[in-house]
Design a protein around this ligand. Structure first.
Ligand SMILES: Cc1cc2nc3c(=O)[nH]c(=O)nc-3n(C[C@H](O)[C@H](O)[C@H](O)COP(=O)(O)O)c2cc1C
Length: 214
């Protein structure tokens, strides 16, 4: 009996520590630097709370030789308080939160890739906020989400509707499942999956821009 109780306590402690770590520790990735001196025609916009989506977004930016724009969202800090607020707001299906990023003129670009973690089956609130604040007229838009388990068409569909309301031509949505504690993919595996998904879809932007890494 004692062994069972001790095992349960250890199991709960391990789960809590894993959860605490994933929510408070930043996952580092290599710095991104554009190669070309020509102005970029592709923009990668990313929000990342713990670094996983930023790593994937850098892979995307590298593929397109794109400019990379990072969104910060001060309310969803990298501690348990920020995680709880993110969970609460996502559950309430909020779409607006204060965001900060470098100034950007979307008219400089043809193709815009939005990269976001999944929060309650849909893109994270800071990415909703970015879309709400911009006009995507004449722009092709592509959404890349990372998540532990799944998104739903119902929840993510509302984001797709918002992109269209803001005049964007939404090309496609891809969801990269990183997996849970017992089988989580490495950043390298995630990047490979992202790259393969982009290569599979290259005809979507063949008349817009030339990926440099084909
Ligand atoms: C508030 C919150 C809600 C989440 N909801 C989901 C979800 O519905 N589906 C899913 O697959 N992952 C969900 N996740 C996990 C994250 O999407 C996943 O770990 C993501 O890759 C983290 O990206 P980041 O490190 O760039 O922030 C959630 C994470 C948080 C913080």
């Amino acid at each position: 009996m004692l062994i069972i109780i001790v095992s349960i306590i250890i199991g709960i402690a391990v789960l809590f520590l894993w959860f605490y770590r994933t929510q408070t520790v930043w996952v580092e990735s290599e710095p991104y630097q554009r190669v070309s001196k020509e102005p970029a025609r592709t923009l990668v916009v990313v929000y990342s709370r713990t670094g996983n989506t930023l790593g994937a977004a850098k892979e995307v930016a590298n593929y397109f030789d794109a400019d990379l724009l990072k969104i910060e969202a001060p309310l969803y800090s990298r501690d348990l308080k920020g995680q709880q607020l993110a969970a609460k707001h996502a559950d309430e299906e909020l779409t607006t939160t204060p965001i900060e990023h470098d100034s950007v003129n979307l008219n400089d670009y043809d193709l815009i890739l939005l990269c976001s973690p999944t929060w309650w089956y849909r893109p994270a609130i800071p990415v909703f906020s970015f879309v709400e604040k911009h006009d995507f007229a004449g722009k092709s838009v592509f959404l890349i989400m990372t998540g532990n388990s799944r998104k739903t068409d119902e929840h993510t569909g509302k984001f797709e509707d918002l992109v269209r309301e803001k005049n964007g031509n939404l090309l496609d949505v891809i969801f990269i499942r990183r997996g849970r504690i017992y089988w989580q993919k490495t950043p390298m595996q995630v990047n490979k999956e992202v790259l393969n998904a982009l290569k599979d879809r290259q005809e979507m932007w063949s008349d817009l821009t030339e990926p440099k890494n084909d």
